[in-house]
Design a binder for this molecule. Structure first.
Ligand code: PSU
Ligand code: MN
Length: 372
């Protein structure tokens, strides 16, 4: 398999292929992108008489070389966006496999992709299927994932076993950030992130999403976190790890179903250009971590605070009574909240994901202009 093609070759031209770092023959470059620094995504066909294989690889300057590229597969739409230098927005898939019931999950995933396209960016829903990390899914793949009751929930620690064992799974915010970064995608939209669970000071149940934000340079657009979590402690952990938490057009960190958490936003930015400039400053300074952009749910779609707090309190009691622990906690609480609000919370959840996707796409467009 080709592991590297010399940089600087244009689409449709020939370049020298390298196998395990050594020149191995001529390659025809079918797709190439230029990113800052002249590296990018390539799909190349080796035309040496002996071998004819098709390989895709990434070599994006912000990623650690070609690390992980053999596990990545790009959808045609995402590959095309890279080829033409169009912005890409990553989307997570645990929200599909463990965050929403069928068929709201697939309908939302589709309409969120459409919202990204409407803003002039390409959606890359990330998941693990057939032994590969998928950067962008076809509609058939999206539907198969949404319908699969046995799909795994994959965070950072689960990625290697999922690939090795060819599991199918939805990626959490942590795993999606990591895969997006490997693929050269800098902006990612989701609903809510994981954080410090209530009682986390005893249970030590702190989502790997927070650690990932501390180490992986991707901007994550979310509506804050649900108050199934301890929001003040979540913000403390993010501060400890040096993660900038931006209130996007707001002075208070939003609490997912409602625009208010009672916690002041550490900083406020009001436009996609301001966020893009900050991302550029953060990463060009060599700060490797992520940026968390918290985007409040539109007031028309918000839930009454007392109603949602009641549902959450009951869900938490139930989780405790049943002894739910580990990775099951978040999916259990999410499902309980939907059920206990007579699905009214599902409407809010869908609306805020759309809103985040639109803002993320606008930021991706602005960032793309910023770094060119
Ligand atoms: N919060 C939500 N919806 C979700 C999740 C969290 O409001 O779908 C999912 C995300 O994929 C997030 C994950 O990354 O749950 C966090 O799980 P845990 O708390 O086990 O780290
Ligand atoms: Mn946990």
């Amino acid at each position: 398999m080709i592991t590297r093609v010399e940089m600087g070759v244009a689409t449709g031209r020939y370049g020298y292929a390298r196998r395990e770092g050594r020149h191995s023959g001529l390659a025809r470059v079918d797709e190439a992108v230029s990113t800052a620094g002249g590296a990018g995504l390539l799909a190349a066909r080796e035309v040496s008489p002996k071998v004819a294989t098709l390989a895709r690889m990434t070599s994006v300057p912000t990623a650690p070389g070609e690390l992980g590229s053999r596990w990545l597969r790009y959808s045609a739409e995402v590959a095309d966006a890279f080829t033409h230098g169009r912005p890409v927005v990553a989307l997570e898939s645990t929200i599909i496999t463990h965050g929403m019931p069928w068929p709201a999950n697939v309908e939302t995933a589709r309409s969120v992709e459409a919202a990204v396209r409407d803003q002039g960016a390409a959606p890359a829903t990330i998941a693990v299927m057939d032994g590969s990390i998928r950067i962008g899914l076809s509609d058939a793949q999206l539907e198969a994932l949404a319908q699969d009751d046995s799909a795994h929930k994959l965070s950072r620690r689960d990625l290697a076993v999922a690939l090795a064992r060819r599991w199918r799974g939805g990626t959490t915010v942590a795993a999606t950030m990591l895969c997006a970064h490997r693929a050269g995608v800098s902006v990612f939209a989701t609903g809510g992130i994981g954080g410090v669970h209530r009682g986390g000071e005893d249970s030590m149940d702190v989502s790997a999403d927070l650690t990932e934000l501390s180490r992986t340079p991707v901007a994550v657009v979310c509506a804050g976190c649900k108050s199934i979590l301890d929001i003040p402690r979540t913000l403390e952990v993010l501060e400890t790890h040096g993660v900038p938490v931006v209130g996007y057009g707001c002075d208070e960190v939003p609490a997912f179903y409602t625009p208010h958490s009672g916690c002041a936003a550490p900083m406020r930015l009001d436009t996609p250009q301001e966020v893009a400039a900050m991302m550029d400053a953060q990463w060009s300074l060599g700060l490797r971590g992520g940026v968390l952009v918290t985007n409040p749910i539109p007031t028309a779609d918000a839930m009454p605070r007392e109603e949602i707090e009641r549902a959450i309190a009951l869900a938490l009691d139930d989780a405790r009574a049943r002894g739910i622990s580990g990775k099951e906690v978040t999916p259990f609480l999410l499902a309980q909240v939907v059920e206990r609000t007579g699905r009214r919370s599902l409407h809010s959840n869908i609306a805020l994901v759309h809103h985040n996707a639109r803002v993320a796409a606008a930021i991706a467009v602005a960032y793309s202009a910023q770094v060119q």
